[in-house]
Ligand binder design. Structure first.
Ligand code: FAD
Length: 365
């Protein structure tokens, strides 16, 4: 039975641990500096919205496409997971369509017309011109039913699902990835390490991935209900690193107003000027949020900042031998760690099975 140590208890590590533990042959230990319940700038997952708004282009959509069936199943069948369905509107501004380089988000697959996910969401449709907001420079848009995840409920739920399947959790702050090998609860050295260390992959000894960088996301969490559903626009006039999105979390998690996408920015504190701009942009895009009372009508729960784990060249899902032990990497998910979580975990399981099935581990057992 291969002993597997997963580094990381964010959405990436927990989903990998859960999927690996479904194979009764695997003995899984999760080792993490931060766990669900902690709020720390080094730990991204609790800060996410989080919803499913696909960002990949058709080539490279595997992670997101393979995650949707499980996330939508959880929304439909497992209310205690803290995921619910929400109608979602994606609006493309005239300015961004005329000059796609103007605001970087337009290069996302999300804002394309006729995107690959038009067939993934059963009720996907383009909005007719009379459904578009008037006088706001909106060129076009689409609508579909997606999901929004209450991360405060979902992350502990994942821990519970893992524990039910025998996964053991340990707290540790590793200086070097090889230290994980001695932390399997079996008492024997681990056969395989899964590295889901998120942004800290740039600081973890033995990995020190210099391609990993933070993309700062500032949000405002409010009690107001986003009755029309989720909304996201292709750009705004406040800058290329600013975003406009709204989503209402499941089971009382509040409504997230976003946001920012500030590459290379490690600033941990919410900036009050940015917060004001976020609130103004969102209320302008969705006046129903405050019943026409403007931003004074917002009932703020808290301001927050999370650092998305960006990576030049994209996510790293591959195997590598470090100090004689197989490591399967799964980090660098930027702003799509939840919506790609099950697809990426599937990729990790395949690599682990390759290592085990290829005899590399069996030879040692
Ligand atoms: P993390 O959550 O950071 O977890 C890393 C884990 O590794 C932690 O447990 C940490 O303690 C552990 N670790 C690291 N180094 C060590 C070490 N040396 N020793 C021990 N343990 C270690 N994604 C979506 O899909 N949809 C969204 O709507 C969305 N919205 C977002 C909005 C904001 C504002 C932000 C900030 C992010 C958003 N994201 C969204 C992105 C998503 O949150 C991330 O992609 C995801 O959380 C990354 O998860 P992770 O498990 O890889 O990393």
């Amino acid at each position: 039975m291969p002993a597997i140590v997963v580094i990381g208890a964010g959405v990436s590590g927990l989903t990998c641990a859960l999927e690996l533990s479904k194979n009764k042959d695997n003995v899984v230990t999760v080792v993490a500096k931060h766990m669900p319940g902690d709020y720390d700038i080094e730990y991204t997952s609790p800060w996410a919205g989080a919803n499913v708004l696909p960002m990949s282009l058709k080539d490279g959509n595997r992670w997101e496409k393979q995650s949707w069936p499980e996330l939508s199943r959880l929304a439909a069948e497992v209310p205690e997971a803290g995921i619910h369905f929400q109608k979602s509107r994606v609006l493309r501004r005239e300015k961004d369509v005329a000059d796609p380089t103007r605001n970087s988000p337009l290069s996302d697959g999300l804002f394309l017309t006729d995107p690959w996910f038009a067939t993934m969401f059963p009720d996907f449709r383009e909005l007719s011109s009379d459904e578009l907001p008037k006088g706001k420079g909106i060129h076009s848009g689409c609508e579909f039913t997606s999901v929004c995840i209450n991360t405060m409920v979902y992350l502990p739920w994942l821990v519970g699902q893992c524990a039910r399947r025998g996964v053991v959790f340990k707290r540790a702050n590793l200086s070097h990835i090889s230290e994980a090998a001695s932390l399997s609860h079996t008492g024997k050295p681990a056969d395989i390490i899964v590295n889901a260390s998120g942004l800290l992959a740039c600081k973890l000894g033995g990995v020190m991935d210099s391609k990993v960088y933070p993309t700062r996301g500032q949000v405002v969490v409010v009690r107001n209900e986003a009755t029309p559903g989720m909304l996201c626009t292709s750009g705004n006039d406040d800058g290329d690193d600013q975003l406009v999105y709204v989503m209402q979390r499941a089971v009382g998690g509040g409504t997230i107003l976003g946001g920012t996408y500030q590459k290379g920015n490690w600033e941990t504190n919410p900036d009050p000027n940015i917060a004001l701009k976020i609130m103004r942009r969102v209320v302008e895009a969705m006046p129903e949020l405050t019943g026409g009372k403007g931003i004074e009508g917002l009932d703020i729960i808290r301001h927050g900042v999370g650092l998305r784990p960006g990576r030049e060249g994209g996510v790293r899902i591959e195997k590598e031998k470090i100090d004689g032990i197989w490591v399967v990497h799964n980090y660098g998910h930027a702003g799509w760690g939840y919506q790609g979580s099950y697809g990426c975990a599937e990729g990790v399981v395949e690599l682990v099975d390759e290592i085990v099935g290829g005899g590399q581990v069996k030879a040692k057992l």
